[in-house]
Design a protein around this ligand. Sequence first.
Ligand SMILES: *[C@@H]1O[C@H](CO)[C@@H](O)[C@H](O)[C@H]1NC(C)=O
Ligand SMILES: *[C@@H]1O[C@H](CO)[C@@H](O)[C@H](O)[C@H]1NC(C)=O
Ligand SMILES: *[C@@H]1O[C@H](CO)[C@@H](O)[C@H](O)[C@H]1NC(C)=O
Ligand SMILES: *[C@@H]1O[C@H](CO)[C@@H](O)[C@H](O)[C@H]1NC(C)=O
Length: 445
Amino acid sequence: MQPWPLTFLVCLFLSFLLPGKGNHFTINCSGFDHQGVDPTVFASVIVRKDFRPVLNYSVPMQVNISFTISSILDVDEQLQLLTSFLWLDMVWDNAFISWNPEECGGLRKISITAQNLWLPDIFIIESVDVDQTPTGLTAYVSNEGRVKYKKPMKVTSICNLDIFRFPFDKQNCTLTFSSFLFTVDDMLLGMEKELWEIVDTSHNLIKTQGEWELLGISKATPKLAVGSNLYDQIMFHVAIKRRPGLYVINLLLPSGFLIAIDALSFLLPAESGNRAPFKMTLLLGYTVFLLMMNDLLPASGIPLISIYFAVCLTLMVTSLLESVLLTYLLHTVTTQPPPMPDWLYSLVLRCVRATECCPKRSQTENGGPAPSAARPPGLRGPGAEAGPGKAEPNGDPQATWAEPQRPRPPDVWVKFSLALDTLLFWLYLSFMASSLITVIVLWRT
Ligand SMILES: *[C@@H]1O[C@H](CO)[C@@H](O)[C@H](O)[C@H]1NC(C)=O
Ligand SMILES: *[C@@H]1O[C@H](CO)[C@@H](O)[C@H](O)[C@H]1NC(C)=O
Ligand SMILES: *[C@@H]1O[C@H](CO)[C@@H](O)[C@H](O)[C@H]1NC(C)=O
Ligand SMILES: *[C@@H]1O[C@H](CO)[C@@H](O)[C@H](O)[C@H]1NC(C)=O
């Protein structure tokens, strides 16, 4: 009675040892080539699908992955989400499956419904959506037990989007593939394809002329430590670039035209009184334009283009105010000169003195209308003195400016406002030039 349990234990031990030799799981496939696959021979595989298909649990199993991006569906700046569609390829070895192809009419691989197989739980860490893998997918199984499984995934992933350079922005989104459960002791991740192959196939698949263009993919493989557990993961940095054409045509071009027309309206004679209504109409048009184009702008953050629009609007309002002031001044100095406070008088005089060194420049740069604007009807004095090279009825201009009491306040007013006009005009030109350079630089890089 004593040695019986011992014999039983030895038998049990031997029966556990046998699978380690590898032939225990060999599938008897005689007749595959005559009657097709007999479902009963795979019954043992299907029964074991809940367990990780390894024979030695101290050796981590290797799952090799690769993916192909087939389209970039949406980039949501407000929620900071990237929605893409990709195919995930996974390859791993199932130690419970093997057969001898010679006995099976040379059959080297068959397809099995994926539901009947153990599947690795690879997911994307950045994903914020539940996995919507379609059911009924199949996997290829080779005679050595190597399983090839492909699944389509619509991935909505968190991505840190920087929209400052909108619409010339590039984004760098990360897709990190990792296992839900298995630590490095149980599962290791590897690459199924080379990185350049992934990039090439993705480039070939994304043929659409959508808003986003794939620039490249780079890879990093840091291990993820959560508490005392270490998880293997593969990180892909997907770089995408926006095609700016739509925004240049719909946003930048109309805005640039309106600003250019506004700048050109400085050529309208100031005393004719047409300028302010003209600028008012432009301002109204610009406001309507901004209202209509609001949908095209990112809903969150402050991109450079919003600052550009704000500066455009500010310039237009400033120039409208300046036109109103100019019209008022030119009108009042011809009828009744307004009284000028002492402090403003001295300030204006100081300003005029500062610009007095180059009165010729302010007139020639102002273009055609400036000289006529500089001499409102019935006005004499500084307007006539402004050209030192011309005939000077009052003699030396230096002598005229020697005493602060000499020029009449209206003349100083007019001179100052005309200088303001010139200044604003040059501000417009420099703003237009700098915004054009900025656009070109942003587009090139
Ligand atoms: C496979 O099964 C057939 C009967 O279905 C049997 O004749 C054959 O010997 C088996 N082969 C092996 C290797 O077990
Ligand atoms: C399992 O793998 C470990 C590490 O490679 C090895 O030491 C051990 O002998 C293996 N066990 C069996 C039953 O093969
Ligand atoms: C995974 O890739 C590694 C290295 O490329 C290779 O040695 C290994 O056999 C592959 N494993 C599977 C299951 O494809
Ligand atoms: C994306 O960002 C990561 C760091 O977050 C960096 O290592 C990687 O090089 C970037 N990729 C590209 C294409 O800029």
